[in-house]
Design a protein around this ligand. Sequence first.
Ligand SMILES: Cc1ncc(COP(=O)(O)O)c(C=O)c1O
Length: 414
Amino acid sequence: MTKDLFERIRQDKGPLGKWAEQAEGYYVFPKLEGPILNRMSFKGKKVITWSINDYLGLANHPEVLKADGEAAIEHGMAYPMGARMMSGHTPFHEQLEKECAAFVHKENAYLLNFGYQGIMSAIDALVTKHDIIVYDMDAHACIIDGVRLHAGKRFVYRHNDMESFEKNIKRAEKMAQETGGGILVITEGVFGMRGEQGKLKEIVALKKQYNFRLMVDDAHGFGTLGENGRGTGFEQGVQDDIDVYFATFAKSMAGIGAFLAGNKDVIQYLQYNLRSQIFAKSLPMAMVKGALKRLDMIRTMPELKEKLWQNTNSLQLGLRAAGFDLGSTQTCITPVFLNGDIPEAMAMVNDLRENHGIFCSIVVYPVIPKGLIILRLIPTATHTQQDIDETITAFSAIREKLENGAYKQVILSH
Ligand SMILES: Cc1ncc(COP(=O)(O)O)c(C=O)c1O
């Protein structure tokens, strides 16, 4: 007999869904209210927010709010209607593409409505079943899903491990000789969970020995690294060797949308083959004009990135001086590694939010090994030294309680 699909869904809510009853509204789907700033409201209390990727503090900047508002009043949220290829094209979309491309030193760029779907679709468009994909084990879900669409072979290498990378490139070359295909290597510029940079320099160096094309998801590097925030390729001096560069507008740009950049012929190919854009409505004008404003600010206001890094250095130095393990972060992403189980992690975050006014994300098993807890802090240009000092004091207090076993058997108060 055929099973009822929903019966299974009721029984197995999925790896995250199974926590819904205990976690919903607090640890997952929390409602942060008020302007997007260093301090926001959570359940009626002010908290220092360390979980928002508004790196440069543009989300609530008066000039950005003005540009967004004016564009929405002029065009509404509908214009232009239709997909880019059909009726959703405007000179402003084209201008934004030109400016994004110029900013990251590529010949041309193509806008995406969402980074996630855009990356998936780009991977799908760039390879055929004869081609081979080689990608980092810790790649973001959108890369994993893009690879899932691939009908040919794929090889995954251990995270940032160049020995494993080279071994897999060799396997891929051998395979490509049999299939007559090519090789696409995919990595992130910055790995969002632990803050390490992808080893772009080392990967690019191997281009001399092996024949592959390199795609870099620089969601977290764009705006935060390299001269003027031009990204991880600039930070590592290898931008010219990135064949397909990706950045989202959802982080430093504090908007929505994304872009791919590369050589003219590759971008033209994507314009005609990227299913996520051919069969979906174009980005609304308010997003496009808003993105032009943000890009201009990133380009002309280096003080935003300077402030971000001043806060980052102060936070990271302060936490390290207080004895915290921040792993091997090389970016603004600040993971604080602690030891404990999931109930302890929940009790600790509850204590941070309720008694210390600090809101940050927790990462636990199965994302990281059992017994490990990461409290992940995202500094921004809007944070103050007082936010940082209060946070370090609070972290020292909760670490002491964690080590004393105080979070075992805690009845949560939210
Ligand atoms: C590394 C990385 N790639 C891609 C995305 C997806 O981008 P978007 O939010 O524009 O869909 C994210 C998250 O936003 C990300 O962290």
